[in-house]
Ligand binder design. Structure first.
Ligand SMILES: Cc1cc2nc3c(=O)[nH]c(=O)nc-3n(C[C@H](O)[C@H](O)[C@H](O)COP(=O)(O)OP(=O)(O)OC[C@H]3O[C@@H](n4cnc5c(N)ncnc54)[C@H](O)[C@@H]3O)c2cc1C
Length: 278
């Protein structure tokens, strides 16, 4: 299929992008790896595409005062090769190779992935597990939105129609930071059937501040609060029993299979967090 007709404008500044978004049915175009597919399948038909690929200063990655900031136009491939992300945001580093395939990672952007909010995507869950935040620019200036408040529903976020996501921020990993990541997909690079991103703090022989964020089991990334508490006590069986996810059947698997896989992944990720063997 071919997309419905649309107009195309290239924004040369953030202000211009925000202004262009005020036009009826305007949509931002970043890497195009999700948007172009939805246009081609006529799942969406915006009247205007606002190309932000030329905006300067939105693809830097840096660590400052204990926070890692990643510009929205950072390509997945750039993040995958970043020493700063490898050192200071190891959970994101672990997730990157699971996002699609190299050709997709060469074009797709981190901002696009977070803004698109696919419930089976890796990065939204990582952002939630890290208690990160999103920066957005709109007609009324800039604002910061916590990950916990950002993912509102299926492909729905707290971004207003005229806002551009400009960066994501996560706490830089410290000496006692532990992260865990696992997903099950039919083939490496496919969207996950179920996935789990996790962070915690080493606390003696145990863990504190455990944060578990599942993907592929709901309309948004899903925290598993009861399992977090059990895992902090070192009780892996208890954590699996405490999982209260409510996935639905989808094209990949039944809800029953997804629940089972969620437990399997939790055991794998618990071993990563506790640095023990499965
Ligand atoms: C075959 C295939 C397999 C894939 N597998 C995976 C996978 O396993 N895991 C995964 O996570 N992703 C996967 N993807 C998607 C890929 O990660 C995309 O790059 C990503 O979802 C969207 O990023 P993008 O830059 O391409 O955004 P685009 O496609 O350009 O845009 C996506 C949406 O986000 C909006 N948007 C983009 N940037 C911004 C911004 N800065 N501010 C506000 N809104 C914005 C757009 O308006 C659009 O609605 C796959 C894609 C393909 C084609």
């Amino acid at each position: 299929m071919k997309p419905a007709p649309f107009a195309y404008k290239k924004a040369h500044s953030l202000d211009e992008a925000v202004a262009l978004l005020s036009e009826k049915d305007a949509r931002l175009l970043a890497g195009g790896q999700s948007l172009i597919a939805t246009l081609n399948m006529r799942l969406s038909a915006p009247r205007l595409l606002v190309d932000i690929n030329n905006l300067r200063g939105l693809n830097s990655i840096y660590e400052k005062n204990g926070t890692v900031e990643i510009g929205a136009l950072t390509r997945h491939a750039q993040a995958e090769r970043s020493d700063i992300i490898a050192k200071h945001a190891p959970l994101i580093a672990r997730a990157m190779p699971h996002i699609g395939h190299p050709a997709i990672r060469n074009r797709g952007t981190l901002g696009g992935s977070i803004a698109f909010a696919d419930p089976a995507a890796e990065l939204p869950a990582c952002l939630l597990a890290l208690d990160g935040e999103v920066e957005a620019a709109g007609p009324n200036g800039r604002r910061t939105i916590r990950a916990a408040d950002f993912f509102k529903g299926l492909f729905e976020t707290a971004l207003a129609p005229q806002e551009v996501l400009t960066a994501i921020r996560v706490p830089a990993a410290g000496k006692d930071t532990r992260v865990g990541f696992a997903e099950l997909a039919r083939r490496h690079g496919d969207y996950a059937i179920v996935g789990l991103a996790a962070s915690a703090r080493a606390d003696g022989k145990g863990l504190s501040d455990v944060r578990l964020a599942y993907f592929g089991v709901g309309a948004t990334p899903v925290p598993a609060k009861k399992a977090e508490a059990a895992l902090a006590r070192g009780d892996i069986d208890g954590a699996v029993s405490a999982l209260d996810l409510e996935p639905h059947d989808d094209v990949q698997a039944t809800a029953k299979v997804k629940k089972h896989l969620a437990g399997v992944l939790l055991r794998r990720v618990a071993c990563q967090l506790l640095e023990t063997r499965p």
